[in-house]
Design a protein around this ligand. Structure first.
Ligand code: FES
Ligand code: FES
Length: 167
């Protein structure tokens, strides 16, 4: 079957078996190996990508289901040599050790911060509850997301200076 999708802003096409999983399309056909496979059973979240802006476990989506839609992977976070605030947060707060869970963890974080710019610690922990990390104990991952949240809010405030009180 023919699949056409927009991935990290680029239009891509492929002929695939109907049973091909999205994660295999991404890694093996499109050679975007930043998306990891940790379990293949919808348990670990290492394969998380954004499908039309929403986090999905790409080992649980058929490639054909993504046809005509927009997919974002970890490779699309950095823009023109500038890290995404979430990538910067994970770097600054040491939010990774082996890094295996990190691409999926970051994509989940991006989606969270898109819908909730200032999540509480509980909301962060709930958002990443489908992403398992065997190394860090999650403390620094939470700090990394809080760091990203603060950075993104500061950047937004600089772009949109407060108008309150102005005539
Ligand atoms: S590889 Fe998809 S959830 Fe583990
Ligand atoms: S950093 Fe190793 S699994 Fe999360």
């Amino acid at each position: 079957m023919r699949v056409q999708l927009t991935i990290n802003g680029a239009s891509r096409e492929a002929d695939v078996e109907p049973r091909l999983l999205l994660v295999h399309l991404i890694r093996e056909n499109l050679l975007l190996t930043g998306t990891h496979i940790g379990c293949d059973t919808t348990s670990c979240g290492a394969c998380t990508v954004l499908l039309d802006g929403r986090p999905v476990k790409s080992c649980t989506v058929f490639a054909v289901q993504a046809s005509g839609r927009t997919v974002s992977t970890v490779e699309g976070l950095e823009q023109n040599g500038v890290l995404h605030a979430v990538q910067e947060g994970f770097t600054k707060e040491h939010g990774l050790q082996c890094g295996f869970c990190t691409p999926g963890m970051m994509m989940t974080s991006v989606a969270l911060l898109e819908r909730n710019a200032a999540p509480t610690e509980l909301q962060i922990r709930q958002a990443i509850s489908g992403n398992l990390c065997r190394c860090t104990g999650y403390v620094n991952i939470v700090k990394a997301i809080q760091h990203a949240s603060a950075t993104m809010r500061e950047a937004k405030a600089e772009k949109e200076p407060a108008t309150a009180g102005r005539a």
